[in-house]
Design a protein around this ligand. Structure first.
Ligand code: SAH
Length: 507
């Protein structure tokens, strides 16, 4: 490594408008390599997960008036870390040079002799309108675009903005930071000669699953904003291009757009359901209800993993967690999957089968309806008699399957591999949002998530919508009813896709 490379460097990186997919490849690469990440409130916090686990994360504010760090403090911080030899990524919402004070930060760096690089980003000024069905230019409607700060009071004398000129410019005008002063902005534009019926649209949290938009005219928009309680951060688009919205509004037309869905999950489970719902436009609040706490195997059980097939003919897996933890125990003892010997696998449902498949293992038995009861029915007496079964599961497993196998003459050993405990943390802030804003739907994929959700006693503030309950299968539904929940719908087959379909049909 040359002396130069050891020197610190600051990257002014555009974090894009909010949707994770709208970040540049260069941005992602730099986040992955960074020693220090300085970010603000418009950056999607999920991209922080790309960083190394030992990265230093610094929140630089600013949400409205509650600045956490002053601009001076941020500048000094960047210089300090760079001088200490760190690779510093300064993440800024949208593009760093569009009303983000990125230019000022770069000047400070140059003057302090710190090497820097810029990574342009997808600016919210273009992306938010785009996701609301508004192209900022169009041959029939606008041949110029002007980006304007809405920060200044347009009714005060000595404004840095030439309002007279702006009002007469016929193209698209895009205001950032303009919600608070919208009434004055509209008034001033009309006073300088803009037509009162000029179309206006506001797009709040554009490109994210929380996107909201509002349409009016220069004459009506301020009242509409007040009535709806529409708040920052929002882009305001003024001009005829807004008319294209009725034709081009693809994002807000997604089947689950505007639907807030609570996904109850355990922290270890992959968020496949969340992913599916988000692609359909849903605003997903992923709330962890339980934590899977692995439990140690008994010594006698661990010994059997040494030569597993001498002790068992079947492994019956009733959850993805069981697959994961069974194999994690197995690979502590043996290093080659063939050491498991010629055992057969039974799996209760597709998620469990999927976990097996990821290990390049096939399930020998799987019921068409995904319940342990149906799985039990598949085992005939001739299959079971004298056979030895290993049932790895959680502490609260339904004893029915083991009993059934025993009744048919099977030799059954149950291995308790994990316990489930209530989750107390709110890492992504979804719980806080649920309490504040409520939700339209809540999904339950298992009895234990239902029970654990119930135990959390989360209740949204008065006036916030209470979610309707969607259950993934009959067993989960029974549990939910016992707990006193009214079920709006049950998925027709116990799969995530069917659960998603069920919600779409209800919307
Ligand atoms: N550099 C940023 C803009 C920073 S100024 C960019 O290029 O996007 C902050 C303003 O950006 C906010 O007041 C709001 O007007 C706008 N903004 C940022 N992200 C937004 C989003 N996702 N939706 C709507 N407006 C957004």
């Amino acid at each position: 490594m040359s002396a130069d490379e050891k020197k610190g460097r600051v990257y002014l990186v555009g974090a894009g408008p909010g949707a994770l997919g709208l970040v540049t490849l260069r941005a992602r690469q730099l986040i992955e390599q960074a020693d220090v990440l300085v970010y603000d409130y418009l950056c999607n916090p999920e991209m922080l997960r790309w960083a190394r686990s030992d990265v230093e994360k610094i929140y630089a504010g600013k949400s409205g008036a509650s600045h956490t760090l002053t601009q001076d403090e941020i500048n000094q911080l960047l210089v300090k870390y760079a001088n200490a030899g760190k690779q510093v990524v300064r993440l800024k919402g949208g593009d760093p040079y569009v009303f983000g004070r990125g230019g000022e930060e770069a000047q400070v760096l140059v003057r302090a002799g710190v090497a820097f690089e810029t990574v342009p980003g997808v600016t919210s000024a273009i992306a938010a309108p785009s996701y609301a069905g508004i192209p900022v230019t169009h041959r029939d409607y606008a041949s110029t675009v002007t980006f304007v700060t809405g920060h200044e009071d347009p009714l005060k004398p000595g404004s840095a903005i030439d309002w007279q000129h702006l009002a007469r410019l016929r193209g698209t005008k895009i205001f950032l930071m303009g919600v608070e002063r919208l009434r004055e902005i509209a008034q001033r534009l009309m006073a300088e000669g803009a037509a009162s019926e000029t179309p206006v649209a506001l797009v709040r949290w554009g490109t994210t699953t929380r996107q909201e938009s509002l349409e009016g005219t220069l004459a009506t928009i301020a009242d509409l904003v007040e009535k709806r309680g529409f708040a920052a951060p929002a882009i305001t688009v003024v001009g005829d291009v807004v008319k294209l919205r009725s034709e081009l509004n693809w994002y807000e037309a997604l089947p689950l757009f505007g639907q807030r869905v609570v996904v109850t999950r355990t922290r270890r489970q992959a968020s496949a359901l969340t992913e599916k719902l988000r692609l359909l436009g849903a605003d997903v609040l992923e709330i962890s209800t339980i934590r899977i706490v692995p439990l140690p195997l008994e010594d006698a059980q661990r010994d059997k993993l040494e030569n597993f097939s001498q002790h068992f003919d079947w492994v019956v897996l009733t959850s993805p967690n069981a697959v994961e933890l069974f194999f994690s125990e197995f690979f502590k003892v043996r290093s080659d999957v063939r050491d498991l010997g010629a055992v057969k696998f039974a799996a209760v449902g597709p998620a469990t089968v999927q976990k097996l498949r990821a290990l390049h293992l096939r399930a020998d038995l799987q019921p068409e309806i995904y319940t342990t009861e149906k799985l039990a029915e598949l085992f005939s007496e001739t299959m079971v008699k004298g056979m030895r079964f290993c049932l790895p599961h959680g502490q609260l497993a339904d004893p029915q399957l083991a009993n059934h196998l025993r009744e048919l003459g099977g030799v059954v050993e149950e291995w308790v591999l994990y316990d489930t405990q209530p989750e107390e943390e709110d890492a992504g802030g979804a719980r806080a949002r649920y309490l504040r804003e409520g939700a339209h739907w809540i999904t339950f994929t298992s009895s234990s998530t239902a029970e654990n959700w119930h135990a959390l006693h989360l209740k949204p503030e008065d006036g916030a919508p209470l979610p309707k309950v969607v259950s993934m299968g009959p067993v989960t539904s029974v549990t939910l009813r016992k707990l006193g929940y009214e079920i709006a719908a049950e998925a027709s087959s116990s799969t995530l896709d069917s659960l998603v379909e069920t919600i779409i049909k209800l919307v």
